[in-house]
Design a protein around this ligand. Structure first.
Ligand code: GUN
Ligand code: FE
Length: 451
């Protein structure tokens, strides 16, 4: 199949954003023997069409086709926790998150939320997600089944939390590790699914559970690891009390063998130069989660220092600490957080003005690099899996007005980042399964009034 539109993508193997753009482009895709559709050619319509004269053409001139977005850190069971106000991270976990996640012991509940979650990701243009489930193994089964049915590239894991966790979500050390291994065998590498070993965060895992997680990570080197690190000043203080002999919060994970390629740590606001070096050398990545950090009052990510230290990073919603599934909301918040000249613990940082290309890269090819999936997803370069979005720059009156005024591609993209939402995402195409999904915008027609 071939699509004609304006095309934007990034070099899939670079460690910084190298944008590619065709104002009048042609994107040619074809299914491989494995049933996955991939990009076979991309370029200017005029020069490329002659080479593919018989491929059916979908005309989308006036719209932008870009790679499907990658959400580098999200919690599917927190879909219904969005917008729950609390006095910061730890009270928020106790008051809303843990009680909510306890409901996922019920497979029917897990299935219902998984269904909504997968539909919502796609509706917002997200085609790859690295997500937490809950501590209940059935919560992973529910999600994987729904993701597979939609062709989503979904990497997920059962949460490990055998201490400092209430009844209903706390798991048992030995059983949690057996469950993790069984889930790896059941789901990792099936269709577009992957497994992530998921210690919730250092405070919620005993030494034995952390050691077991590290052993599994060594035994299954192409399985992912996901956790949280250095998100909030109270959390960092707590980790220092729990692990007085470790040099830093990140060093705890390092000691248990949880710092390696394909390990993604959310937040990383309060890291020092040694932590940055350990991340860069190990190939582990940070999932920058700016709407969550703003909502929970956690702090402002220090882009200048992380970049100088060579840390791999990408963007994440962190729903339900995060406020929105929309990649545009996340990119907007990342820009805002980047500008801030403070970190959140009284320490100054250098404010940066992230370019629209940089923001977009962090949510596509950059995030793919962070996952170790550079060249697989997050780009339109030939060989990439054909996950992409069709965006309407005239989806709302203000968006139409500001994009029409843009005098450069950078200005045009910046207007989109600042003003777009799900209404701009008119079609989403995934590389496997059902293929094109067409959205007309808007949600359910049935609205209940305020209580
Ligand atoms: N740290 C441990 N668990 C969580 C969680 O669910 N959300 C966030 N934002 N941070 C965490
Ligand atoms: Fe999180």
């Amino acid at each position: 199949q071939a699509w004609r539109a304006s095309l934007l993508w990034f070099d899939p193997h670079a460690d910084e954003p190298h944008p590619r753009y065709e104002a009048d482009g042609l994107l040619v895709t074809a299914a491989g023997a494995d049933g996955v559709r991939r990009v076979v050619a991309v370029g200017a319509f005029d020069t490329l069409r002659a080479a593919y004269p018989d491929v059916p053409l979908t005309e989308r001139r006036g719209r932008l086709i870009a790679p499907g977005f990658i959400d580098l850190h999200i919690h599917y069971p927190q879909t219904d926790v969005i917008g729950s106000p609390a006095e910061g991270l730890l009270p928020w976990l106790a008051q809303y998150t843990f009680p909510h996640e306890s409901r996922f012991a019920d497979p029917a509940h897990a299935r219902a939320v998984a269904r909504f979650f997968c539909d919502e990701l796609l509706r917002q243009g997200v085609t790859t997600a690295l997500t937490f489930a809950t501590s209940h193994p059935g919560s992973v089964d529910a999600l994987m089944a729904e993701a597979e049915a939609r062709g989503l590239r979904c990497i997920a894991g059962k949460v490990l939390q055998d201490r400092h966790s209430p009844d209903g979500v706390r798991d048992r050390t030995e059983q949690s590790l057996r469950d993790t291994e069984a889930l790896i065998i059941r789901w990792h590498g099936r269709a577009r699914l992957g497994y992530a070993i998921t210690p919730r965060f250092a405070p919620s895992c005993s030494d034995a559970q952390m050691r077991g997680a590290g052993e599994l990570a060594a035994r299954y080197p192409d399985v992912w690891i996901q956790s949280h690190v250095a998100e909030n000043v109270d959390e960092v203080r707590w980790v220092r009390e729990l692990y007085p002999h470790d040099r830093s919060y990140l060093a705890v994970y390092e000691r248990f063998g949880l710092l390696r390629e394909r390990a993604v740590y959310a937040h990383g606001i309060y890291l020092d130069a040694d932590d940055q070096r350990a991340l860069a050398q190990s190939g582990a990545a940070i999932a920058v989660s700016p709407t969550s950090n703003l909502f929970l009052g956690s702090g402002f990510f220090d882009y200048a220092t992380a970049r100088a230290g060579g840390v791999r990073l990408g963007l994440a919603s962190d729903v339900g600490g995060g406020m929105s599934f929309s990649p545009f909301a996340t990119m907007r918040a990342a820009y805002t957080v980047g500008r801030a000249a403070v970190r959140g613990d009284g320490r100054p940082k250098t404010g940066v003005s992230l370019s629209p290309f940089d923001l977009w890269w962090q949510h596509t090819a950059g995030a793919a690099r962070a996952l170790g999936l550079g060249g697989v997803v997050g780009s339109l370069a030939p060989g990439s899996e054909a996950d992409f979005v069709v965006l309407d720059p005239a989806a709302t009156p203000l968006l139409a007005r500001r994009t029409a005024q843009a005098e450069s591609l950078a200005e045009w993209l910046f207007a989109l980042i600042m003003l777009a939402d799900d209404r701009a995402v008119t079609e989403v195409v995934v590389a496997q399964g059902p293929g094109t999904q067409i959205f007309t915008g808007g949600a359910s027609a049935v609205h209940a009034g305020p209580p």
